[in-house]
Design a binder for this molecule. Sequence first.
Ligand SMILES: Cc1cc2nc3c(=O)[nH]c(=O)nc-3n(C[C@H](O)[C@H](O)[C@H](O)COP(=O)(O)OP(=O)(O)OC[C@H]3O[C@@H](n4cnc5c(N)ncnc54)[C@H](O)[C@@H]3O)c2cc1C
Length: 315
Amino acid sequence: MNVLILAAHDGQHIDPTTAHIVGAASRLASGGAVHLLVLGHRCATVADQAAGLPGVAQVLLVDDAAYATPNAETIARQLAALGRDYQWLVAAHDLRARAALPRTAALLEAAYLSDVIGVDADSLRRPIYAGAAISHLQSTARTTCLTLRTSAFAPVRDSAAADAVIVQIPAVPADTRTQLVGRDVATSHRPDLGRARIVVAGGRGVGSAASMALVEKLADHLGAAVGASRAAVDAGFAANAVQVGQTGKTVAPDVYIALGISGAIQHLAGIKDAKCIVAINKDPDAPIFQVADLGFVGDLFEALPALQAGLPTAN
Ligand SMILES: Cc1cc2nc3c(=O)[nH]c(=O)nc-3n(C[C@H](O)[C@H](O)[C@H](O)COP(=O)(O)OP(=O)(O)OC[C@H]3O[C@@H](n4cnc5c(N)ncnc54)[C@H](O)[C@@H]3O)c2cc1C
């Protein structure tokens, strides 16, 4: 079974999630070849980094000005042009792949499975009903496009011996019907929510945008990212970009601190991979306590200063 991975990168550096995808791809390949596709412009250094990932036999490099910021349709065209040689076309479950891989599947008349969290010998696992149930699936399609939840897979470890062949291949013509004309990027001095080791999140119980500053203060004290429930976002306490949950971000930190968050199923869907959940809530029956590793029943405004005083700073 040959596998082609679509690499995520910023033009200079390969995204660390790619090492997780390679880990999963080796299981999918079960003895077949794992190839990695780097699409971009002036991105030869990314291809070099990709070639150093253990388990990758070949890196396919498309280096073309039209691929500097390729849209989903262009990525799909390129993947579809290569796809017939592979049983699995795989990428991280990020915004880009979520747009490109269904289009690839349509072009190839292939199958598409999203947000896969497990690769077993005879089936794939993916969450359904906001993570309340796990479905086990087999694909009988000739080619299957998959997006993987990278936090669910262990990364391959660097190996000096790894040195895949890099093959430059021609770009298929870009689909120019839609073009990226600008980006408004929210900048933050805090770690990226999706990759942070510690997340401090506030819910409706925080009460106001002004009080959310206390949540942010604790986050900065710990060098953590800030998250929020949808209720907190809807109430204007926090920006949309930091919503955690089914319709927000999926996080996988070592520690997730939930402040004034009830623990609705849609919120829990986003924190399933958190290693340790700490909850502060004044309602002892709040569902968050059913999943929390450490829970404190009480007023968050009383608990927060004591918590902050007792925890070491990030530096
Ligand atoms: C289709 C769909 C998708 C959704 N997607 C998401 C999603 O992605 N993310 C998400 O979060 N939600 C999502 N929701 C909404 C979800 O169902 C809940 O409404 C939401 O998560 C509730 O947020 P909350 O816990 O902050 O608020 P609440 O449920 O109102 O809970 C507030 C909590 O704060 C506690 N509290 C109040 N004051 C204090 C205090 N002073 N000290 C300590 N504790 C206090 C209360 O006891 C309570 O438990 C979605 C819903 C739907 C239908």
